[in-house]
Design a protein around this ligand. Sequence first.
Ligand SMILES: [Fe+2]
Ligand SMILES: [Fe+2]
Length: 281
Amino acid sequence: MSKQQNLKILFLGDIVGAPGRRVVIKFLELYKNYFDLIIANAENCAHGFGLTKKNLDELKEAGVEIFSGGNHTFDRKEIFDFIETEPHLLRPANYPINTPGKGFTIVNVKGKQIGIINILGRVFMEPLDSPFQVIDSILDQIKDQCDFILVDIHAEATAEKLAMAHYLDGRVSAIVGSHTHVQTADERILLNGTGYISDMGCCGPYNGVIGMAIKGVLLRMVRQLPSKFEIADGPAQMCGVEITLDPYEHKCLAVKRIKFNEATIETDINYFDQLYQNESN
Ligand SMILES: [Fe+2]
Ligand SMILES: [Fe+2]
């Protein structure tokens, strides 16, 4: 089987504010055709908190097809105007029953059915339903309809993400982490074939504290005083992973980290050009 027949999924970490949207749009203008499906965590698109319809439309126009969420999904009230009608906008599946929106979706990509599930961890986070029990119930519903299943676990604790990864190993194609905004270097294929990374990192400014301006964060951390978080100034970076799926064996072949730096755009573009030219040769 030639390499071109594999499915290439781009999964982007949390998009933070205007700088995050800007770097994602810039990257996709150049590279969206390299991917068969583009998914992004969109919980921080609106100035770091939530998602507006304008943000959603802008990213859809750029090529993002599936949007996952997290603990900030409901930060903007206007999301209630469109979360029920957007077919591929997700919020974590383990919110209470009857919470607007949905925690999973299924899309057809080149004749293959790909399920995407979004789940929220509970360690150092909201006391939602058990992510383990909720994901079991979703898998019971969709596993027979899907050729591949991808999971975004939005969680603070690496241990909880790894525990979920081993819980799902062999039952889903890949599980990728979001929420910490810092990309980890632990991508791998687990023993039973599931692809994994603890955190994809964020798409947003990197001269701040996980996307936020340093001054406001230090006021809270050092002096323990209330402060308003603002998006950090300066260039952004785009972080995510490329997941390679074998459509014949129904296997995850690779999870590869991607980091695209807006400040060194020319170098990065050359790097990506070479990377993908080499793969297609
Ligand atoms: Fe986030
Ligand atoms: Fe989050």
